[in-house]
Design a binder for this molecule. Structure first.
Ligand code: BGC
Length: 354
C-alpha cells in the first residue's frame, strides 16, 4: 500500500511540474522494438504519463531496425517535436538525426540506453547498469557459497548486444565479482568462452542465445558434466538458455540469472527454472524522464545523480540512475503484484495489465 501511495505521489509531482509548460508541445518517444515486453511497457508508460502532463506524444517502435529508427527520429524532429526520448537499437547509429535535433534546438534524452558518439545528447536516464550486473554476480557467488565451498563449480556466460552500451556494464558488473573465482579455478568455464565478444548476443535475441547454449551443452556437458550456473545478462537471453537446457540437459537444473522480470521469465522463476531476475520498475524510469522534460523545458536545473560515469566517446552525459531491485521466487509477489506492476493471473502466474 505504502509503495502504491509513493508511486502515486511521485507521479502527481511529476505531472504538476511538467504540465506548466506542456500545452501544445510535442514529444517524440522512440523505442527499439515491440518484440520485448519491457519496451512496450516503457513506451506505454511514457506516453500515458506525458499525455497526462498535457504533452502531445509521437510514440514509435523501430522493429530493432537501425534505419527505421533513424527515419523515425528524423521525422520527429522535422515534425516539430521539442524533445525526443530515444532508446536506441544501436547506440552509435543515430548521428545524423541527433545532429539535426541539435541544429533545431531539440532536447535529446537517452532512455535506458546511452546514445553514443554525439554531443547532441542532453541527458540520460537509466538504471544503475553496473549494479544490475553486480547483483547477478553476487547472487551466483552467494548461491554457490564460493568463499566457503570447495568446488570447483562450472559456469557458462551469456551477455547482451554489443551495439547496446548497457551490455558491457552488465557484463563487467557481474564479471568483477566472478572473475577472481575463475582465476583461482573455483569456477570453471568449460566452454572456455568468457570474453565479452565471445559470449555476446546480437540484438539480445532469445533464439540466438538458445542456439549458442545448445552448442555449448552438446559439446561440453553431454558427457554428464554437471552445470552449476549460467550467468545471463537479461531475461530474453535467460529464456533461450532455459529452452536449450530443457532440450539438451538431463542433470540438476543450474542457477540461471536474468533481469527485467518479464512475464515468461516469471513463469520460469516460479517453476524453479530461473533463480533470480532484476526488477527495473519502468514506471519509475518513465516518471523520471517526464520530470526531466518538465525541468528542461522550464529552464530549471535538471535533476541528475551521476555526472561522471556515462561518457559516450564525445561528452559525459548528465545522468539519472534509478535503482534496480533483486527479485526471486520469495519476493516477486510483493515486488510485482502488490506494487501494481502486474496483475495476479488465475493460474498463480503474473499477467500484464491491459
Ligand atoms: C535493457 C535491458 C533489456 C535489454 C534487451 C537493455 O538495454 O537495459 O533491460 O533486457 O536491453 O532489450
Amino acid at each position: 500500500m505504502k509503495k502504491i501511495l509513493s508511486v502515486f505521489l511521485c507521479l502527481l509531482m511529476v505531472f504538476s511540474c511538467a504540465s506548466a509548460l506542456a500545452d501544445g508541445l510535442k514529444v517524440g518517444v522512440s523505442m527499439p522494438t515491440k518484440d520485448l515486453q519491457r519496451w512496450n511497457q516503457d513506451g506505454e508508460n511514457m506516453k500515458n504519463m506525458l499525455e497526462e502532463a498535457g504533452f502531445e506524444v509521437d510514440l514509435q517502435f523501430a522493429s530493432n531496425d537501425v534505419q527505421q529508427q533513424l527515419n523515425q527520429v528524423t521525422n520527429m524532429v522535422n515534425n516539430g517535436c521539442k524533445v525526443v526520448v530515444i532508446s536506441a537499437v544501436e547506440g552509435s547509429s543515430l548521428g545524423s538525426a541527433l545532429d539535426l535535433a541539435k541544429e533545431k534546438g531539440v532536447i535529446v534524452i537517452a532512455y535506458d540506453r546511452l546514445l553514443m558518439d554525439s554531443d547532441a545528447v542532453s541527458y540520460y536516464a537509466t538504471f544503475d547498469n553496473y549494479k544490475v550486473g553486480s547483483v547477478q554476480g553476487n547472487y551466483i557467488k552467494d548461491a554457490l557459497k564460493l568463499d566457503e565451498a570447495e568446488g570447483p563449480f562450472t559456469l557458462e556466460i551469456t551477455a547482451g548486444d554489443p551495439g547496446d552500451n548497457n551490455a558491457i556494464y552488465f557484463y563487467n558488473g557481474a564479471m568483477d565479482v566472478l572473475k577472481p573465482y575463475i582465476e583461482s579455478g573455483k569456477l570453471v568455464v568449460k566452454s572456455g568462452q568468457q570474453e565479452f565478444n565471445d559470449v555476446a548476443t546480437p540484438s539480445w535475441k532469445t533464439e540466438t542465445a538458445q542456439t549458442r547454449a545448445d552448442g555449448i551443452l552438446s559439446s561440453y556437458y553431454a558427457d554428464g558434466t554437471k552445470l552449476d550456473a549460467w550467468l545471463c545478462s537479461n531475461d530474453s537471453t535467460a529464456l533461450g538458455v532455459a529452452n536449450a537446457l530443457d532440450a539438451n540437459y538431463d542433470g540438476d537444473w543450474p542457477i540461471i540469472t536474468g533481469q527485467d522480470c518479464d512475464i515468461s521469465n516469471m513463469k520460469n522463476l516460479i517453476d524453479g527454472k530461473q533463480a533470480m531476475s532484476v526488477f527495473k520498475d519502468t514506471r519509475t524510469l518513465a516518471a523520471q524522464v517526464v520530470k526531466m522534460i518538465g525541468q528542461a523545458l522550464n529552464g530549471e536545473e535538471v535533476e541528475v545523480n551521476d555526472t561522471t560515469t556515462y561518457n559516450n566517446n564525445v561528452i559525459t552525459v548528465p545522468s539519472f540512475l534509478c535503482e534496480p531491485v533483486f527479485g526471486n521466487a520469495d519476493n516477486w509477489v510483493e515486488l510485482l503484484i502488490d506494487s501494481g506492476y502486474y496483475l495476479m493471473g488465475d493460474d498463480g502466474y503474473p499477467v500484464v495489465k491491459q
